[in-house]
Ligand binder design. Structure first.
Ligand code: CA
Length: 360
């Protein structure tokens, strides 16, 4: 038999086996179905993030033969975007999608699992999370909040953001009101700026009405979806504050434990697939979208001066040293993160970075 015939035959057999069993049963013979609710921090239908979550949920439903159905509520539809963590933690809903650094008000240590400014790229973050002890620490931290976290998406290196003034020296950040979350925002504060954390849905209006002077969001693709190119002239790179931010899927601990093993495995697989496919999507769409910005005479794409990046790095180092000194949970995670970063940087130096430097 040719390979194609074998596959067709196997398919026919599998279908025959299912005939008459329309209510799919799991391997353990259970026909129990689960109907879950999921809340996200993203606007309805938002490309990349929300659409990625929608794709994942569809895969979970198909892979489970309809035994795990998840109804998604975008940011604000059931709970405000930045209350996803609380909603899943207290069990009002079973599942959520967002980014760990939004929850620094709950535990500052969470920020390590999204990104640390000047920290790790997406390849390095995934290395740490899946094979360097990061995921165990992530689960240990979130267990205190009744949550099981899964890495579930990444945008890759982001852009530095949109500014309505040139940034030629660190002085130019003084008094700047900017949407920038996490430790990146704290670094801006040390430079004399005023960071704010806003969900995607509020960024455009805040910039357009002058409530803020600058904002980072993601990169060429997503920033144009929000219309940020209409609000500011200067588009700076690189995204020093988010070199490879991991997004997360969080599941209420009791809800997760209530699932049979195969459904738990399906969640594990589907989130891992999203972690990979979202990165691929951002790579492709950012490349598509960059051209329009480069051709736009009203947009000035610039690199941050080294002097500015050096100062920001110094602030980040100070912020992390203080964080580690006051928060034992952050200290434990930081030790793992920094040791891994040092180790993997040696490899990146002679692999990715060395190769990229050869490219013309
Ligand atoms: Ca961002």
């Amino acid at each position: 038999m040719k390979r194609r015939d074998i596959l067709t035959g196997a398919g026919a057999l599998a279908m025959a086996g299912c005939a008459g069993e329309q209510s799919a049963t799991g391997p353990a013979g259970t026909a129990e179905t689960f109907e879950w609710k999921m809340v996200t921090t993203w606007p309805p239908g938002f490309p990349g993030m929300q659409t990625g979550v929608m794709r994942m949920v569809e895969q979970i439903e198909k892979a489970s033969g309809g035994r795990l159905k998840i109804k998604i509520y975008a940011g604000g539809e059931l709970v405000p975007p930045l209350e996803v963590f609380d909603a899943v933690s207290r069990g009002s809903v079973e599942m959520g999608h967002g980014a760990a650094y939004y929850w620094k008000g709950k535990t500052e240590a969470a920020q390590y699992f999204t990104t640390i400014p000047f920290g790790m790229t997406v390849l390095e973050m995934n290395g740490w999370l899946y094979y360097g002890g990061g995921l165990e620490l992530y689960r240990e931290l979130y267990a205190d909040f009744n949550l099981v976290p899964f890495p579930a998406g990444n945008t890759g290196v982001q852009m530095g953001g949109w500014f309505n003034r040139e940034i030629n020296s660190i002085e130019d950040l003084k008094g700047l009101r900017m949407r920038i979350p996490g430790i990146g925002g704290e670094a801006l504060a040390r430079a004399g700026g005023a960071p704010v954390t806003l969900p995607a849905s509020e960024v455009f209006t805040s910039l357009q009405t002058g409530v803020i002077d600058a904002s980072e969001w993601v990169g060429p693709y997503n920033d144009q979806v929000l219309g940020l190119q209409e609000t500011a002239r200067y588009y700076y790179y690189p995204g020093w504050h988010e070199p490879g931010p991991t997004l997360e899927c969080i599941v209420n601990k009791e809800a997760f434990a209530s699932l049979p093993e195969d459904l738990r495995t399906i969640i594990e697989l589907a989130t891992t697939a999203l972690n990979e496919s979202m990165m691929a999507e951002y790579t492709a769409r950012n490349a598509d979208s960059l051209a329009a910005l480069q051709d736009n005479p009203d947009i000035d794409i610039r690199r941050f001066p080294d002097e500015v990046l050096d100062e920001l790095r110094r602030y980040v180092d100070e912020i992390i040293a203080e964080l580690v000194a006051r928060d034992p949970r952050a200290a434990k995670i930081d030790a793992s993160f920094q040791a891994y970063r040092t180790k993997v940087a040696r490899w990146t130096e002679i692999s990715e970075k060395a190769f990229l430097n050869t490219r013309r």
